[in-house]
Ligand binder design. Structure first.
Ligand SMILES: Nc1ncnc2c1ncn2[C@@H]1O[C@H](COP(=O)(O)OP(=O)(O)OP(=O)(O)O)[C@@H](O)[C@H]1O
Ligand code: SF4
Ligand SMILES: [Mg+2]
Length: 348
């Protein structure tokens, strides 16, 4: 590698995960739900990436596809999911089994339904460890479990208890600990705080921040809660109707959103500082994904809609901003944002 390339490689964080032009369908009796369409994004090493959008926009479908765990009748109809350059879509069953939990782990929406009520907490861990490391003896596995639980602020003695004996917040931590036990380098959390109250939710942000440093994790945080991702994510991908509308660093999404849908979502985040009296809600509903509209998928709800929006779909364009923009317009280390809206037809 020459000196210049070495410098560039050092400056650019390497991608752990690259999703490229991913499309996912659910064929059902009345047609095909086009749940995810041409979605691309990158998760850099050590990055926290938030994926946000209203219910039904394809967030969980995306998360499950990354683990190659789509539920019936879901199927990937196009694109690639590259984990350290290797396509998850093309992995054999054996490769997938080895990857899940060990390389990429997923924490699901509801911890109570994900934990077996008849199994002690410790046995959930033993089962996972046995699956990936059958050679590990039980005392060693129990020690590993106890150490990890303590790292997450849970007394190790409690691993002998059953899920129903734990509070909601603790069950959440246990689910995360289960995800972390094989030391994966990516963890996908799907609506991790839906079942938690606000105080426990605040603790979750601290926990995730601590874990990302301690465990050297890259995290995908899937949520409809933009306030939550704002506190922890480096980048945010905003999805609507199965497509990416905007992908920007989180501070920019909050202070200078580009896409009208991102603007609408931000207006719906309660803002204590502004002493907002009532929470704004966005009028209308997301499009039907069996017969998605022609043109921009957000057109029916967009306050800035104009003729072209209903005729042609805006492409997801890349915009580079930053202090070190070159004279020719190129800026290798500039911040990259992407936005799919005709209001931003080309880079300014
Ligand atoms: N098993 C399934 N069969 C048929 N359609 C499905 C299935 N699972 C999801 N869908 C559809 O795919 C689309 C995307 O759903 P998905 O669950 O990925 O959305 P989401 O963004 O995670 O929503 P939520 O915020 O409610 O969890 C929706 O239109 C949904 O109805
Ligand atoms: S393309 Fe048109 S309808 Fe779509 S978000 Fe932009 S302005 Fe609104
Ligand atoms: Mg979901």
């Amino acid at each position: 590698m020459d000196e210049l390339n070495k410098e560039n490689a050092a400056a650019k964080p390497s991608a752990v995960l690259e999703v490229k032009h991913l499309s996912i369908d659910y064929p059902i009796a009345i047609g095909t739900v086009q749940a995810v369409r041409d979605v691309s994004f990158t998760l850099a090493d050590g990055e926290v990436l938030g994926i946000v959008g209203e219910s039904g926009c394809g967030k969980s479908t995306m998360g499950l596809a990354i683990m190659n765990l789509l539920r019936d009748p879901g199927r990937i109809v196009g694109g690639e999911i590259l984990y350290h350059g290797k396509d998850v879509v093309k992995m054999s069953q054996a490769e997938l089994r080895a990857m899940r939990g060990r390389d990429i782990a997923m924490v699901f929406q509801n911890p109570l339904t994900s934990l077996n009520p008849l199994m002690k907490i410790q046995d959930h861990f033993i089962e996972t460890i046995k699956y990936h490391k059958p050679e590990m003896k039980r005392p060693e596995a129990l020690k590993l479990t106890g150490d990890l639980l303590e790292d997450l602020g849970i007394d190790r003695k409690r691993m002998k208890e059953y899920p129903h004996q734990m509070s909601g917040g603790m069950r959440q931590r246990i689910m995360i600990a289960l995800g972390l036990i094989m030391k994966p380098d990516v963890i996908i959390c799907d609506e991790p705080t839906t079942s938690l109250d606000v105080i426990v939710e605040a603790g979750f942000v601290d926990l995730l921040n601590r874990l990302r440093k301690t465990f050297d994790l890259s995290i995908i945080l899937i949520t409809h809660n933009l306030g939550l991702v704002a506190e922890i994510a480096d980048r945010i991908v905003v999805m609507y109707g199965g497509k990416v509308m905007e992908d920007s660093p989180s501070s920019l999404i909050f202070h200078k959103p580009m896409h009208p849908y991102a603007i609408g979502l931000i207006e719906c985040v309660p803002n204590i500082d502004l002493d907002q009296e009532k929470l704004t809600t966005m009028e209308g509903a997301p499009p039907d994904l069996v017969t998605p509209p022609v043109g921009c998928r957000f057109a029916a709800r967009c306050p800035k809609v104009f003729n072209l929006c209903r005729q042609e779909e805006p492409p997801l364009r890349e915009f580079r901003i930053g202090p070190d923009r070159g004279a020719d317009g190129s800026a290798p280390s500039a911040t990259v944002r992407r936005c799919a809206c005709w209001l931003f037809p080309e880079e300014k």
